[in-house]
Design a protein around this ligand. Sequence first.
Ligand SMILES: [Zn+2]
Length: 124
Amino acid sequence: MIAAKCAKCGTIREFERLPKKFCCSECGILNTPQPETAGSGEQACGCLLPERPEWRLPSGEIDSPDGIHLYTTADDATGLTREEWIQIFGYDPEIVLKTMRQLGKEGKEGYVNTSTLGHRGHAR
Ligand SMILES: [Zn+2]
């Protein structure tokens, strides 16, 4: 077992394996364990708090080089699998992403996505 300490309220939670992230069972905040701070023996692993307020929402999705579909967290873009996401946040990221995409389309005609501008190219 490995213990991790909530960076906000100090509640210590134990895991069999240290997760990439977890939500505190006391205060509900998202914690990012810092394995390098875990001491030997009894010392709990320290955690970082999310820097951005929208940390509950996925910031996007990517396919890892080995073909695993990952959802990226809003706070530091950690890639999590759907199963990991559901375990950590308690909801299905796919449903939320779908909803977000639909909202983005509605009434946004003429909206220019700057991330795709480079693909248009200027042929000569
Ligand atoms: Zn807490």
